[in-house]
Ligand binder design. Structure first.
Ligand SMILES: C[S@@+](CC[C@H](N)C(=O)[O-])C[C@H]1O[C@@H](n2cnc3c(N)ncnc32)[C@H](O)[C@@H]1O
Length: 269
């Protein structure tokens, strides 16, 4: 086990390390992550929903080095998790669950997997899903990059959604941004390629939205250059607002601050 470098300590500051049984030294992530550690305190309503419905909605995944890590040997049984085979939409950084729950209610024939690290956000999503008695939503508390790298089977995802990922404004923090060339490779890995299967379903789509203009440019640069993805609106093109995306509190704040919202859409090729 190498000594933690400032970078890995920095990463450690964002997520609790796992402590190995027997009192071994804690182990740390070696890559920066795109989130910070926040209070996990739940409001009373969230706590009640969490206690009553967590087992129904939250998928437990085996961990690796940190609380929100994923054991690289773990592969999710998607059909078993949802109890059926269906189109799969994965939302990364689902926040309070507004988008994923609205979509799941609208499209009962599609399976929706919400990936989020923030416990109150997950609890709020459980609350919303349980109020509607949804059967087609599941949640995973994990660093999405790790889930995409190994836990989701290759080619298993019909749509991958990344709405308003943390922009990490300061240039010294840009290394924490979620959408990087390595993320593009992970998206390519999980998105269904057009040749996959014989059920006539099209290839997978990656949909993104941001209210941070400079991050939108970075997304376009990175994703236009990804060999397995095609910008549906032409090189450098932006998409019209995705009709399946409801207005979240986060987007509302961006609009109020006068920021322009950019939508992007990529097809797996
Ligand atoms: C700015 S918020 C946007 C939330 C939501 N998509 C919306 O539009 O309201 C970004 C969310 O992404 C989550 N997040 C950031 N990095 C993540 C990662 N690597 N894996 C899972 N969730 C992540 C954060 O906890 C936060 O809830």
């Amino acid at each position: 086990m190498p000594e933690p470098t400032p970078e890995t300590l920095d990463a450690h500051a964002t997520d609790a390390p796992s402590v190995t049984p027997g009192g071994d030294r804690p182990r740390y992530r070696t890559q920066p992550v795109s989130f910070v550690r926040r209070s996990g305190r739940l409001a009373p309503r969230q706590q009640r929903a969490w206690d009553a419905h967590r087992d129904r909605y939250v998928v437990d995944v085996p961990r690796d080095v940190a609380r929100t890590s994923v054991d690289p040997d773990f592969v999710l049984d998607v059909a078993g998790t949802f109890g059926r085979h269906a189109r799969l939409v994965v939302e990364i950084g689902s926040g309070q669950g507004e988008a994923v729950v609205a979509a799941a209610e609208r499209e009962p024939d599609t399976n929706f997997l919400a990936v989020e690290v923030y416990t109150p956000g997950l609890a709020q999503t459980v609350l919303r899903a349980s109020q509607r008695d949804l059967t087609n939503v599941r949640l995973v508390q994990a660093n999405a990059a790790e889930l995409l790298a190994t836990a989701l089977p290759a080619g298993s995802v019909d749509e991958l959604w990344v709405f308003f990922p943390d922009p990490w404004h300061k240039s010294r923090h840009h290394k924490r941004r979620l959408v990087t060339p390595s993320f593009a490779a992970l998206a390519e890995r999980v998105l269904r390629s057009p040749e996959e299967g014989d059920d006539g379903r099209p290839g997978g789509r990656l949909r993104l939205a941001t209210d941070w203009a400079e991050y939108a440019e970075q997304m376009i640069d990175v994703l236009d250059a990804a060999p397995g993805l095609r910008n549906v609106h032409g090189p450098g093109g932006v998409a019209p607002r995705f009709a399946g995306r409801v207005l979240t509190g986060f987007e509302r704040k961006g609009e109020k601050a006068g920021r322009v919202i950019t939508d992007l859409e990529y097809a797996r090729v």
